[in-house]
Write a protein that binds this ligand. Structure first.
Ligand code: AHR
Length: 584
């Protein structure tokens, strides 16, 4: 573990600060600081918040969620049933509802994921006792991640979908939690007609059609007015293995006629897997080849990106290097947004289509501390919390490009905010980050500069399965070896800032496993009067909550003192911090 020596950094930071004051970085800067900065001796980092450099309004939908019929997400994460001994509201776990309200959850995507392209929505409506039992998409081994987990599926709802939680239950869940529904339609295995009928079931006035009558008969007379509709999911893979051009044709066919019932339908197209620029370019080129206005009907282009665990570690056990590596992998989100945005701009220079990241998170192997049927389930640690913080910060910094994001997934799988089993319910460290970051929703994102000593780490030796190794070309093998030998680096502090009237919210991640960062915080264009800090950290980088100790890792609050309009703050090692600063 090597860091830049403090003296070297202070020299560099001082030079950087002088350049900034002289206007070398941007003519838009307010060149005369409103404060006299009394730099604390020990400061080795600096944050400058440029109030006059507005990025865009942070869409509350960036703080969105994702629910798939996979493992323990729906059954028994969300749906426990009306007769359950687990406290519930109409069959939906009450503790989950209460927690979702705390984080001002804005939108939720459902029913998948890969499941969406195998789901027939007709199966999930009507009297619950009459609904058919179907085979769940995830019944078989569909990949090499935690493949053993599939073998452990019992014959319960994780394997055979009972359709107890369908459209009405989903929309009731949305209403109870204050979230907007985002429905992913089945493009691979149902005709477009079923998509139109689903819109009709959701949005047509009661009494006007048979389908809207069926909705009303189920107890929901008022139309659901669902705005967000995904056209398939991962259509390059589980969603149909289309080429980008084929998908563009299917997308246009699906949306060519859809009844609106007065609702402004917002279509979301299935975007790329991580850095697959060709998928983005292929879709956009193909859309405009059909006609310049074709992109008008695309609200969002949905990127998926997961940071996968590397090395021998798992969700709860990892080395310090593996801690850094996964954080660095997650940080790839920034370049993905920039790269895809640039390619989208080639065919859509006015950027009518915005980015949506409707699946993101850190993906580890399933952990044995959760039931075997909970595919990809694990409790999540402080490491996941830092990843949540830095990813949400990335979205805030790109508030002009990203209009929605949905963490994968809400409960009991992958980067979840909660784990639940029967009557046990635990908020993971990710939940606490979402609660802290809710203050950004609707705020004006402003450009913020971070300087702190960069850190470097050793990459875990690549360990691909022998079959994968055998299939690699000599070039791929050489690239893998070169990557393994390189010394990767990671920024020392990163974050985002947003303004809401006179309150500035600054969120900051310090990834250093052992070193705190003494930081000078300056707000260009205003004076800080006072502030409050909320910090999520622990001495042990593996800290997490579980059924035995549900409050092992929770945030703590403190008061921030301002001096001459600025703030000196010590960001603890391995922490996510929110500062709320009152400005004059
Ligand atoms: O979130 C789990 C799965 O990951 C989703 O079903 C799929 O879209 C992605 O590959």
């Amino acid at each position: 573990m090597k860091t830049i020596r403090r003296r070297e950094f202070l020299g560099a930071a001082a030079a950087g600060g002088a350049a900034l004051m002289m206007g070398a970085k941007s003519p838009a800067l307010n060149l005369v600081p409103h404060y006299a900065f009394s730099a604390p001796q020990a400061a080795d980092a600096r944050i400058e918040i440029l109030l006059n450099e507005k990025i865009g309004q942070i869409s509350p939908d960036i703080y969105g969620h994702f629910v798939e019929h996979l493992g323990g997400v729906v059954y028994d994460g969300i749906w426990v049933g009306e007769d359950s001994k687990v406290p519930n509201v109409g069959g939906i776990r009450k503790e989950l509802i209460d927690h979702m309200r705390r984080i001002k959850a804005s939108v939720v995507r459902w029913p998948g994921g890969c499941f969406a392209d195998s789901y027939n929505w007709h199966d999930g409506v009507g009297p619950r006792k009459d609904r058919p039992r179907r085979t769940n998409f995830w019944v078989d081994n569909r990949g090499n991640r935690a493949s053993q987990a599939y073998a452990n599926l019992n014959t319960g709802p994780q394997k055979y979908e009972p359709n107890w939680f369908g459209t009405n239950e989903f929309v009731r869940f949305c209403k109870l939690t204050g979230m907007k529904p985002y429905i992913a339609a089945n493009l691979r295995s149902l005709p477009a007609k079923d998509f139109y009928e689903w819109i009709e079931y959701c949005n047509a006035p009661a009494g006007e059609t048979t389908l809207s009558g069926a909705r009303a008969a189920a107890g929901d007379r008022e139309p659901f007015n669902v705005e967000f509709w995904g056209i398939g999911n991962e259509s390059w893979g589980c969603g149909g293995r289309f080429t980008a051009e084929e998908y563009s044709t299917e997308f246009r066919r699906f949306i060519a006629w859809a009844p609106r019932y007065g609702v402004n339908l917002k279509y979301i197209a299935a975007g790329p897997n991580g850095g697959d620029i060709n998928w983005t370019r292929g879709f956009f080129n193909s859309m405009v080849a059909k006609g310049a206005n074709q992109l008008n009907s695309v609200y969002g282009w949905a990127l998926h990106y997961y940071a996968n665990t590397t090395g021998a570690g798992n969700a709860l056990e990892y080395t310090t290097d593996e801690w850094y590596e996964l954080i660095a992998r997650s940080d790839r989100m920034e370049s993905l947004i920039e790269q895809h945005w640039a390619v989208m701009g080639e065919s859509d220079p006015q950027h009518r289509v915005k980015l949506i990241v409707d699946e993101w998170g850190a993906w580890h192997n399933q952990h044995p501390s959760l039931p075997a049927g909970y595919l990809f389930g694990y409790p999540g640690t402080l490491r996941d919390a830092l990843i949540a913080g830095l990813t949400l910060d990335t979205f805030n910094r790109h508030a002009d490009k990203v209009v929605m994001a949905n963490v994968a997934q809400l409960i009991n799988t992958i980067h979840s905010l909660f784990i639940a089993y029967e009557d046990k319910f635990v908020a993971t460290p990710n939940f606490h980050v979402f609660e802290m970051y809710a203050a950004h929703q609707g705020g004006q994102a402003v450009r913020t500069l971070f300087s702190a000593p960069t850190l470097s780490f050793k990459r875990a030796a690549p360990n691909p399965p022998p079959q994968a190794m055998a299939q690699m070309s000599p070039q791929q093998r050489a690239r893998m070896q070169a990557e393994a030998q390189a010394t990767p680096t990671l920024w020392g502090l990163q974050g985002s800032a947003s303004l809401n009237e006179k309150t500035l919210t600054l969120t900051v991640v310090n990834p250093h496993a052992t070193e705190a960062r003494e930081t000078e915080i300056a707000v260009r264009g205003a004076r800080v009067q006072s502030g409050q800090a909320t910090t999520l950290t622990a001495k042990d980088i593996h800290a997490h909550n579980n059924f035995e100790d549900p409050r092992a890792l929770t945030p703590s609050n403190s008061t921030v003192q301002a001096q001459s309009g600025a703030v000196a703050y010590r960001f603890p090692a391995a922490s996510v911090t929110r500062l709320q600063l009152s400005l004059a």
